[in-house]
Design a protein around this ligand. Structure first.
Ligand SMILES: CC(=O)N[C@H]1[C@@H](OP(=O)(O)OP(=O)(O)OC[C@H]2O[C@@H](n3ccc(=O)[nH]c3=O)[C@H](O)[C@@H]2O)O[C@H](CO)[C@@H](O)[C@@H]1O
Ligand SMILES: C=C(OP(=O)(O)O)C(=O)O
Length: 419
């Protein structure tokens, strides 16, 4: 398995262009099977999650082609096959095939998903949504067997017990072709949900209210894609490079950004004293001076994203005072902390609260990227550290960060992948 070697201490400068959002892409690809015509996606990130989803599509006789940033998917000869195991385990978002297959064929057998080990990730709200639409759901040897009634799915009012991106998306996927009207209350408001709704509406779906906490769907019989869909920029990748630029930059421009998607994150950087020029679709980060320590509490969008609490952690180590991070979405999402400790950071965890203190010196050593954002955190820490940082389990980074080595080198980082 590959490792990433980072020879730290170099200052970064120049420009980096953000790719399409992973968390949109991994929903839009399964959603493509709802279309009766070929689908084209633009601004697709080069990440392992995309290749794994293409392999799952191939199992269903759905051919796809990924050239440059354009992914074409032809679902016209799709076979309705069970997806009990194997590749389904390779990523979290494979669970979107539950909603998509249910919408397309009225039935789905899909293995329980894999994805990041960031604490418990139940799917009870997805199941509650499918059942409200009339489906029966059973667990058959670790795979979810979901079946619509003979007359097909029907619209329903669904109040999600907690704000869930995955459940909101899965219910949308199943409901767009259900008979009648579905209302999802307490829906997630993430930009990726708006992106999915835009994409489905361009295929003829009737999804209204995406981006608010009430989504109304009027079912239509079939969907057909006729235009290419350009995926929104990845706000988490953008936040990662912004934190990196503030930590080790000598003037870095991060391009292809929708800054409104990063409001909570940018507000925190400003509170820390990071100086930025926020342009129309790019942000320039000036070299950091003295930084102020902050407290962070992750919340559903538009709050501070759980996926950005790890990437901002190394930057917080540069600030003076005591900092706190509370991840209310995934309280056990602390797998980066033991690795940072081994690099010399001063961090403790008490009752799921991460307590940080200023640290003048991080030392490169061997660390493991136990999950994607822990990996992002360690990349930034490695760039800040003296000596060489060897990141193992680097596939967790490559599954979600678009051409990351090329982008880091483009900014002047001394980084390489080795076997
Ligand atoms: C592919 C994708 O888009 N992944 C994102 C998505 O994951 P994912 O969609 O899996 O996360 P959710 O929004 O569903 O999870 C939010 C919270 O709800 C809980 N929950 C969720 C569903 C459910 O049926 N029952 C339940 O209890 C979860 O354990 C978690 O505490 O949103 C997370 C939270 O912003 C991000 O960290 C992930 O990057
Ligand atoms: C947790 C994440 O991803 P996934 O839901 O795909 O595991 C993430 O992107 O930070």
């Amino acid at each position: 398995m590959e490792k990433m070697l980072i020879h730290g201490g170099k200052k970064l400068s120049g420009e980096v262009v953000i790719g399409g959002a992973k968390n949109s892409t991994v929903a839009l690809i399964p959603a493509a099977i709802l279309s009766r015509t070929p689908v084209t996606l633009d601004s697709v990130p080069h990440i392992q999650d995309v290749y794994n989803l293409m392999a799952i599509l191939d199992d269903m006789n759905v051919k796809s082609d990924f050239t440059e940033n354009v992914l074409t998917i032809d679902p016209t000869e799709i076979h309705d096959v069970p997806l009990p195991n194997g590749k389904i385990k390779s990523l979290r978002a494979s669970y979107y095939f539950m909603g998509a297959l249910l919408g397309r064929f009225g039935k789905a057998i899909v293995g329980l998903p894999g994805g990041d080990d960031i604490g418990p990730r139940p799917i009870d709200q997805h199941i509650k949504g499918f059942e409200a639409l009339g489906a029966s759901v059973s667990n058959e040897h670790g795979a979810m067997a979901i079946k619509a009634p003979a007359e097909g799915l029907h619209g329903a009012r669904i109040f999600l017990d907690m704000v869930s991106v995955g459940a909101t998306i899965n219910v949308i996927l199943a409901a767009v072709t259900a008979k009648g009207r579905t209302v999802i209350e307490n829906a997630a408001k993430e930009p990726e949900i708006i992106d999915l709704a835009t994409y489905l509406n361009n295929m003829g779906a009737k999804v209204r209210g995406a981006g608010t906490d009430v989504i109304r769907i009027s079912g239509v019989p079939t969907l057909e894609a006729h235009n290419s869909h350009t995926i929104i920029p990845d706000r988490i990748e953008a936040g990662t490079y912004l934190a990196m630029a503030a930590a080790v930059g000598e003037g870095v421009k991060v391009k292809n950004i929708i800054s409104e998607h990063l409001d909570a994150f940018l507000a925190k950087l400003e509170e820390m004293g990071v100086v930025m020029d926020v342009g129309e679709d790019s942000i320039f980060v000036y070299p950091s001076g003295d930084l102020k320590m902050v407290q962070i509490k992750t919340m559903p969008y538009p709050g501070f994203a759980t996926d950005l609490q790890q990437p901002i952690t190394p930057l917080m180590l540069k600030a003076h005072g005591e900092g706190l991070i509370i991840d209310t979405i995934y309280p056990k999402r602390v797998r980066h902390i033991p690795e940072l400790l081994r690099m010399g950071a001063d961090i403790t965890i008490e009752n799921d609260v991460i307590i940080l203190h200023h640290c003048d010196h991080l030392q490169g050593t061997e660390v493991a990227a136990e999950e994607i954002r822990a990996g992002a955190c360690l990349m930034i820490a490695g760039l800040m550290a003296e000596g060489t940082t060897t990141i193992t389990k680097v596939d967790n980074i490559l599954r979600g960060y678009d051409r990351v080595v090329m982008k880091l080198r483009g900014l002047g980082a001394d980084v390489e992948l080795v076997d």
